[in-house]
Design a protein around this ligand. Structure first.
Ligand SMILES: Cc1ncc(C[n+]2csc(CCOP(=O)(O)OP(=O)(O)O)c2C)c(N)n1
Ligand SMILES: [Mg+2]
Length: 474
């Protein structure tokens, strides 16, 4: 009421001219091609009906014409029905009749499946390596394999990726090797980040994959800036940024969406809504119908997708990419999924969510099983292929562990790939980067305070050598 009231009052004063019809001054050009109605045009100032309080009124306002209404109606806080979730494969891996999807050929389908299996195995082994004290930290993407791999498959290598931290499947799809993953997790000399980051902070210039920053949501505005620059350079590419439901609780998410909409940046926002931000459920994060409805609030085309359906993810990202590039517009994808694993190796998720819930997602909603059924029914895969694939894997743990303490970790897979183990063994043997790398690569000429800290560190290591790892050169 206050705002509209202000407009009415201003009708009689000079400032109105900057908002509404004025005989002498045309409207300032607020227009973009999205809002045709705001384009400067000959204003119908001689049309008294627009201002007649007794008939339909239209306020010509920046952003488009707005109808007045005598009805005091508040917009409902939620729709009657929740936004539908797009999917292509049913629970049995069969294509739902009438589905609207992008065809995937045999080669891509099998690459999708084997990448998902590799991702699952890699995650399991790195998780184990952390449990054995060989690396300090890890996060798995178990349960989210389809979202990871199928979204990556729908892109080209020219598209830039701005990840959160649970998207190692995207990097895997792009060709980052198991050895490169292991080098980063072990922080050895071959790590592209020179051992300065915790495990899982991957980044690769070659793969157009910006380095993970675990400060939640900071990558989202960066992605928009990069997308805007792609548009300025007329590149046939877009930016894809991933984030969790928790990421949407940060101001950066909102600033980024608004900026992208206004600047018409070719960026695809992929929200992995996996139900939890560590121990915080989505019900404590937002009261909207999830994340998808936020898009419209910012003027962004959006879709909700079954993130555990590889075909739906592939199709939605494929279509989003086309629209983002050809129409210069951002797209928001809310992918519904579930974090089957713990948040990280520092977490025990059974403390805040029922084991039955985890088990249901692990078994009934497993994205790999569903996709495998589809490739089998397409005649591209069979039991023989599966055992061939699994032949390169070997049994690691006893699957029949059922004690209470161990039941928590039941979601873990029982296989490991020899290649992953080999990569770990190699990475472990590679020399660590010198600790003094901590002080390089930021300043051309290090400032006095950094030089002082470096000196202090040298002296401290000299004095207390027993407290410093002997395998890290000074
Ligand atoms: C700015 C900031 N605040 C808090 C944290 C601690 N933190 C790390 S991960 C995380 C939860 C993120 O959840 P979500 O975005 O849903 O991703 P998910 O782990 O579920 O994949 C939080 C709060 C952080 N890293 N950065
Ligand atoms: Mg989450």
């Amino acid at each position: 009421m206050g705002f509209l009231g202000m407009i009415k009052i201003n009708q009689s004063c000079c400032s109105y001219s900057s908002f509404g019809p004025n005989l002498t001054n045309p409207l300032p050009n607020f227009s973009s091609r999205r809002f045709e109605s705001t384009k400067a045009e000959k204003l119908r100032s001689d049309s008294p009906r627009d201002f007649d309080v007794n008939s339909n009124q239209v306020l010509d306002f920046p952003g488009g014409k707005v109808k007045f209404s005598p009805e005091m109606r508040f917009i409902a806080e939620s729709p009657v029905e929740r936004v539908h979730c797009y999917r292509v494969l049913d629970d049995n891996g069969q294509i739902i009749s009438g589905s609207n999807y992008v065809q995937v050929d045999q080669e891509i389908a099998l690459k999708l499946y084997t990448n998902m299996v590799t991702l699952q195995v890699m995650d399991t082994i790195f998780y184990e390596a952390q449990r054995q004290g060989r690396i300090s930290f890890y996060v798995t993407s178990i349960g989210e394999e389809a979202l990871n791999v199928a979204s990556a498959a729908a892109l080209t290598m020219d598209d830039l990726i701005f990840p959160q931290y649970r998207e190692q499947g995207v990097l895997l799809w792009r060709g980052f090797t198991l050895q490169e993953f292991a080098n980063q997790c072990f922080g050895n000399k071959a790590d592209f980040g020179k051992g300065r980051q915790m495990p899982i902070h991957y980044g690769s210039h070659k793969h157009n994959y910006f380095t993970v920053s675990s400060t939640i949501a900071t990558q989202i505005p960066h992605a928009v800036g990069a997308a805007y620059s792609l548009k300025m350079d007329n590149k046939n590419a877009c930016v894809v940024t991933y984030f969790g439901d928790g990421g949407t609780s940060e101001g950066d998410f909102h600033a980024a969406l608004n900026f992208a909409a206004v600047r018409e940046a070719p960026v695809i926002f992929i929200c992995r809504n996996n139900g939890w931000a560590i121990s915080t459920p989505t019900s404590d994060q937002f009261r909207s119908d999830g994340v998808v409805v936020r898009g419209q609030g910012y003027g962004i085309r959006s879709i909700r997708v079954d993130g555990n359906d590889a075909l739906a993810m592939y199709s939605a990202v494929h279509a989003a990419r086309d629209m983002a590039i050809s129409e210069h517009r951002p797209i928001l994808i809310e992918a519904l999924t579930y974090r089957v694993g713990h948040h990280s190796t520092s977490d025990d998720s059974t403390k805040y969510r029922p084991v039955e819930e985890i088990e249901w997602w692990r078994l009934a909603r497993d994205p790999l099983t569903r996709f495998r059924k589809w490739i089998e029914s397409s005649g591209w895969w069979n039991g023989e292929h599966e055992s061939e694939l699994r032949n390169s894997v070997r049994k690691q743990m006893n699957p029949s562990r059922t004690t209470v303490n161990e039941r928590r970790d039941k979601w873990r897979k029982i296989y490991s790939l020899d290649e992953v183990l080999h990569a770990i063994q190699v990475a472990e043997k590679v020399e660590k980067p010198p600790v003094m790398n901590l002080f390089t690569d930021v300043y051309d000429v290090p400032p006095a305070n950094l030089r002082e800290q470096e000196q202090l560190l040298r002296e401290t290591i000299k004095r207390y050598p027993q407290d410093y790892p002997s395998d890290v050169p000074v």
